[in-house]
Design a protein around this ligand. Structure first.
Ligand SMILES: [Zn+2]
Length: 464
């Protein structure tokens, strides 16, 4: 009956209609092309080689985006920029120098939102994990050294500065090998009340020994980095569907500046590009519109995805897939949206030989571009997709470089993600209203994320 209807309408239109390929054929073609016609690997190699890390507001970020735009244009994929301005930060010449008992510039970097200040020197004290009991009595005017893996909330930084009068902080890195950890000091875009520097694990241990030996080490901090408004853009590619209701596939475009942002999140940039390309080429006619969005300024505090959500407040988004450091997919996460479970369970079992070994998770987590969507009650999906431990160790550091990217894993992930995008883009069960604000609050509370969000000052609801 279906065939008859197609040929009838085709002859009525006077056109020769090619029979729509069956779902199985589409799936086979998507998977095959992900391996045999991979272009994401070359794109990422070129981007990282030529431009390095893509910290938002930098020339590297702009040139990398132009490269991606050209690649989309060459493939005939409609794309446009959506501009926004956010309270950003620019790294300049900064230094943390040991002055006594010997003079030596430390291998260190200022954390994001550390604002320029007059150079000063002070005695170094050891603060352990920074709990009130560990802070020495006379900490006024001194620089504090923190152990590795201390969770610095905006409130705790404020408390170091105001309650204890500590003038600056050195944060010991969690990994050895001379690595540093670039990250933001807060998620609100405010200047940090005191300078905070990441130091290597080795120098952190050394400084601790100096404090403990009674040498009274002195440190000088000099910061010219500045907090300033930055104008930048999200890049949006569109594959129109039968309806304007849409699936958003998001990947943050920016990275930190130290390395090349090859894994974080060059992987997501590259995957999103090949997903867009393969679906555009193999099955451009889907039920929902597919919007692929490369968000900027994620590392500074998800500013791009918040800006997108603000600009698209009234769009009917039926689902969002967030690709942030997706390696080898072994499971999908419905992020607390029970309505997604049937679709994801079908998907992960039935994958043309690539069934995902882990059950579908349903546990939301914070800290990437799905958050603005979840806050609006939009069903969001992330992947359980590990990257090799020895590669992911370099996250946010100098060592996040292209040779860590595994082409085989990239191809496989593109295949699986393209199938997911294709399935969701044609799944009528997703067409339902967003969660209400109350339901969204319940989802976040059930996952015990409400307290964490309040501490980080990112709880968007009136209710406490
Ligand atoms: Zn990331």
């Amino acid at each position: 009956m279906k065939l008859l209807a197609i040929s009838l309408s085709a002859s009525l239109l006077g056109a020769v209609a090619a029979a729509k390929p069956s779902e199985d054929i589409v799936r086979e073609r998507l998977l095959g092309a992900a391996f045999l016609d991979n272009q994401s690997y070359d794109l990422l190699e070129k981007m990282t080689n030529l431009y390095g890390g893509r910290i938002t507001g930098s020339e590297s970020n702009e040139k990398s985006m132009q490269l991606l735009e050209r690649a989309l244009d060459e493939n005939g994929i409609a794309n446009h920029r959506e501009l926004f301005t956010f309270p950003g930060w620019e790294r300049r010449e900064d230094s943390a120098t040991l002055l006594h008992p010997l003079k030596r510039e430390l291998r260190s970097i200022a954390m994001g939102y550390v604002d320029q200040h007059p150079t000063f020197a002070a005695e170094l004290i050891y603060l352990g994990k920074g709990t009130p009991e560990e802070i020495p009595q006379n900490s006024q005017g001194k620089i504090g050294l923190l152990a590795a893996n201390v969770k610095l909330s905006q409130d705790s930084i404020q408390a170091f500065a105001t309650d204890n009068g500590i003038k600056g902080l050195l944060l010991t890195n969690r990994k050895n090998g001379g690595q540093l950890l670039a990250r933001t000091a807060n998620y609100s875009g405010d200047a940090s009340p005191i300078p905070i520097y990441s130091v290597t694990e080795e120098e952190g241990h050394w400084l601790k020994r100096l404090v403990e030996s009674g040498e009274n080490p002195r440190i000088q901090l000099s910061t010219s980095s500045i907090v300033k408004d930055i104008e930048c853009a999200n890049l949006v590619a569109t594959i129109p569907g039968k309806t304007s209701k849409k699936i958003v596939i998001g990947a943050h475009f920016d990275s930190w500046d130290l390395g090349q942002g090859a894994l974080d999140n060059g992987l997501g940039i590259a995957q999103a590009f090949d997903i867009a390309r393969l679906i555009h080429e193999i099955n451009p006619d889907n039920h929902y519109t597919i919007e692929i969005v490369w968000f900027n300024a994620e590392e500074f505090g998800l500013f791009g995805s918040y800006a997108y959500m603000e600009q698209h407040q009234d769009d009917e988004i039926v689902a969002m897939i967030n690709l942030d450091m997706v390696g080898n997919p072994i499971g999908a996460n419905a992020m607390g949206f029970d309505s997604l479970l049937p679709a994801l369970e079908t998907f992960s079992k039935d994958l043309n030989g690539f069934a995902l070994p882990k059950d579908v998770a349903n546990a939301p987590w914070l800290g990437s571009d799905h958050m603005p969507f979840i806050n609006q009650g939009i069903p969001s999906i992330t992947l359980n997709a590990p990257i090799k431990a020895e590669s992911v160790a370099y996250y946010h550091d100098f060592g996040d470089t292209f040779e860590k990217v595994d082409k085989e894993v990239l191809s496989k992930s593109v295949g699986i993600l393209s199938l997911l995008a294709y399935q969701l883009a044609n799944d009528p069960s997703l067409d339902r209203p967003r969660l209400t604000e109350q339901q969204t609050i319940e989802l976040l509370k059930k996952a015990k994320l409400d307290e964490k969000m309040k501490t980080a000052k990112i709880w968007p609801f009136e209710e406490n």
